[in-house]
Design a protein around this ligand. Structure first.
Ligand code: KIV
Ligand code: ZN
Length: 388
């Protein structure tokens, strides 16, 4: 059977940009939208048009600029939000309105201070209104992760009947376990009439560090769209990281799932978003962190020098990183030192290498990292003999 496509819905410019300090101006948003299109995302959630005149203008500009991807605007299940979103998206080739409402008891009682029946009614009215403007309407059941499955199924079924084309099942608070989230998607597939005609979408937050695992569990149970952000930026602990879910599906071909992402652009896209949002990527971040392909302990370095696959499951070039790196620290072994010295043009005899290694360790114990300049000085000061 041919691999099935999982749509990538990027919400860096909406859920990602909500983070304090990450605010982008319109030009910066246009640059990121252009890069997301190059990267091959299927949907760009460009913003929340009713939230401010600036966001409206940015969504409008992105809608006019983007050629291939669907451009989506968020709205609550509120008439004015939907009208404003529709207006902002008017120039888009493929517009989508993303509308919805909280469905968990906590949202119904405390946030909306209403009843489940009223939520159901508002959900239907919102989808119908959005549908009067655009063909492609995505409905979100906010806090679906903590929503009772029976009620969630009723809301989803009503949204489909009202015209929704995509159903978003957000784990808004990052609460679910992967098995629980997967079972929720499965439950909806088995209990919602008409669900085979719509796309089920995951939208997971990372409060317990499980956003990626939950999204993957969702697609393993039949979701065919993942909502995510570059570098996992987003509210609180963030959203599902785009680069992680894409590479998981790529590195596990037996899952029979694929995306349209050009993975060789992941590193540069990550760097662009980190720079424009002033949100540095943690060094140990999977796929795009500075240490993701660097090896510093002697045992690992020896393995990687002999064969990259001993300690790397991804060829760094696949994600746009030129090469793995061997970082020289006090935990490095002779093999790593010899390897780096060779790259610098020093091919040492065994005795000279032993001597260089002793000096290297003495230096490394006092430094976080020994760099090429240190090695030149070390070799020259000791006047070590090179082989051949
Ligand atoms: O996390 C969430 O529930 C959201 C919705 C607005 C889709 O971001
Ligand atoms: Zn969210």
């Amino acid at each position: 059977m041919a691999a099935q496509k999982v749509q990538i819905f990027d919400t860096t410019l909406r859920d990602g940009e909500q983070v304090p300090g990450c605010k982008l101006n319109r030009e910066e948003k246009l640059v990121i939208a252009g890069q997301l299109e190059l990267l091959g995302v299927d949907v760009i959630e460009a913003g929340f048009p009713v939230s401010s005149p600036g966001d409206f203008a940015a969504v409008q500009a992105i809608a006019r600029q983007v050629k291939e991807a669907t451009v989506c605007g968020l709205s609550r299940a509120v008439e004015n939000d939907i009208r404003v979103a529709a207006e902002a998206l008017r120039g888009a080739r493929r517009p989508r309105i993303h509308t919805g409402i909280g469905t968990s008891d906590s949202h119904v009682q405390f946030k909306l201070q209403t009843t489940r029946e009223d939520v159901l009614r508002r959900a239907v009215a919102a989808v119908k209104l959005a549908k009067s403007f655009v063909e492609d309407v995505e409905f979100y059941a906010e806090d679906a992760g903590r929503t009772d499955n029976e009620f969630l199924a009723r809301v989803c079924e009503a949204a489909i009947r009202a015209g929704a084309t995509v159903l978003n099942i957000p784990d808004t608070t990052g609460y679910c376990l992967p098995a629980e989230y997967g079972a929720k998607i499965q439950y909806l597939r088995e209990n919602v009439t008409g669900i085979e005609g719509v796309t089920l979408s995951t939208h997971c937050h990372n409060d317990l560090g499980m956003a990626t695992a939950n999204s993957i569990s969702g697609v393993l149970h039949g979701a065919r769209q993942i909502e995510c952000t570059i570098n996992g930026v987003g509210e609180r602990a963030g959203n599902t990281a785009l680069e992680e879910v894409v590479m998981i599906m790529r590195q596990h071909p037996y899952l029979n799932l694929h995306t349209g992402i050009n993975t060789r652009l992941l590193a540069e896209t990550s760097a662009m978003v980190a720079h424009l949002m002033s949100m540095p990527v943690q060094p140990n971040k999977a796929i795009v962190g500075a240490n993701a392909f660097s090896h510093s302990s002697g045992i690992h370095q020896d393995g990687v020098i002999k064969h990259r696959e001993t300690y790397e499951i991804i060829d760094p070039r696949e994600v746009g990183v030129a090469d793995s790196s061997i970082v020289l620290t006090a935990r490095s072994g002779r093999a790593a030192l010899a390897y780096r010295l060779q790259k610098l043009g020093y091919d040492l005899e065994r005795a000279a290498l032993n001597q260089a290694y002793a000096s290297f360790l003495a230096l490394a114990d006092h430094k976080k990292e020994v760099v090429d300049q240190d090695l030149h000085v070390l070799i020259e000061q000791q006047n070590l003999v090179t082989a051949g």
